[in-house]
Design a protein around this ligand. Structure first.
Ligand SMILES: NC(=O)c1ccc[n+]([C@@H]2O[C@H](COP(=O)([O-])OP(=O)(O)OC[C@H]3O[C@@H](n4cnc5c(N)ncnc54)[C@H](O)[C@@H]3O)[C@@H](O)[C@H]2O)c1
Length: 339
């Protein structure tokens, strides 16, 4: 039985709790959160995606407000780090050095330098570090990766990806809305699609981004063109200035020579392949969601199973690098090379 700790028990910490609790090879031994009232406060927490556990059963789980104490006392096998982004590097490195495997939420760090220090710590510890790029594991996205990679429908001509949400209001002391601590809309939200674009098509040679700013001058909406050596047109749009009644949309359209693949979480059916002739159909996808499936991948890796990695630390670092280039492109108004 794996002994698991969850560090950071806000919106995403509760999502990790749900996934770990559903496994029969793991036991949540400890929860660590700087908020000493976390047991009471977790009853009123919210977030932008359904699935974070509403009712948390703290029976048999030791509660800590000091991570170092938790790591020393608990003899854990692995931790989920669901802390604010500006402390991902610090706590991931501390946990790896203490000898536990780490699943850390995305984005890997605030910048490439932080990512590389996490990679070095993972290497010298010999422990598994995985970054929570859950979209690669999202059943419809994973199926789409397989379909595109198979070449069954010819080459990709164009693709658009959207991730649109209302302004996040739930984070502790509103750290998400502070560009210095979260990296803003591009690093916190839109990176999911940046990372998926790379998963499908590899590292772009350059990016060209445009930003929508609010009246305070903050970037709240970003649209990027990912430029490749061939002529495919790849665009992703991310924004968190939608009105609360809009809800949340993640969607894409992929235009191939012999099919169009569409996904939109707000539609029914959400996922369709529209072939050259005949009716659109919904391919079968794996059961579960991206959070459950990414934890499964993490567990298989730490058990030493031979798996083809769906996400590597280099991938996670590169996604941060591309987002940095996207932000630079918004600021300068020009194309930013990644070579
Ligand atoms: N994968 C996804 O779909 C997804 C979705 C939302 C957020 N995230 C990521 O998850 C991370 C957490 O976001 P969130 O929305 O859960 O934030 P949150 O503010 O809801 O939760 C963060 C928790 O960490 C605690 N905390 C802060 N500093 C701490 C410290 N030093 N030691 C211990 N606890 C501390 C806070 O008290 C809070 O409970 C972020 O990096 C965010 O980008 C990922």
């Amino acid at each position: 039985m794996l002994k698991i700790g969850i560090v950071g028990f806000g919106f995403m910490g509760r999502m990790h709790y749900r996934c770990w609790k559903a496994r029969d090879d793991a036991q949540i031994a400890a929860i660590c959160d700087a908020n000493e009232n976390i047991v009471e406060d977790s009853k009123k927490a919210v977030g932008n995606i359904e699935g974070a556990e509403d009712a948390v059963d703290f029976t048999g789980i030791n509660i800590y407000s000091d991570t170092a104490k938790c790591l020393t006392e608990e003899k854990l096998d692995a931790v989920s780090i669901a802390l604010p982004t500006f402390v991902h590097a610090q706590y991931t490195i501390e946990a790896l050095k203490s000898g536990v495997h780490v699943l850390c939420e995305k984005p890997m760090g605030l910048n490439v330098t932080e990512c590389e220090s996490m990679m070095a710590a993972a290497k010298s510890s010999g422990k598994v570090l995985q970054i929570g790029h859950c979209v690669r594991f999202w059943p419809e996205y994973a199926k789409t990766k397989d379909i595109v990679a198979s070449g069954e429908y010819g080459k990709v001509l164009a693709a658009t990806f959207q991730r649109l949400a209302a302004t996040p209001t739930w984070s502790q002391d509103n750290w998400i809305m502070d560009e210095q601590r979260s990296g803003g809309v591009a690093l916190d939200l839109h990176i999911h699609d940046t990372d998926f674009v790379c998963y499908l098509f590899g590292m772009p040679r350059a990016v060209y981004s445009f930003g929508g700013k609010n009246s305070a001058g903050k970037l709240v909406h970003i649209v990027t063109q990912y430029l490749y050596d061939d002529d495919k047109v790849i665009t992703a749009e991310g924004g968190w200035a939608m009105m609360p009644s809009f809800g949340f949309e993640m969607s894409f359209n992929i235009v191939q020579e012999k099919a169009t693949i569409v996904y939109d979480c707000t539609r029914e059916p959400a996922f369709k392949v529209c072939p050259t002739a005949g009716e659109a159909f919904t391919p079968e996808v794996q059961a579960g969601d991206g959070y459950i499936l990414q934890i499964d991948h993490f567990v298989r890796a730490l058990k030493g199973e031979k798996i083809t990695p769906v996400t590597t630390l280099e991938d996670s670092r590169d996604s941060v690098k591309i987002v940095e280039a996207e932000k630079k492109s918004v600021q300068t108004g020009g194309i930013v090379s990644l070579k």
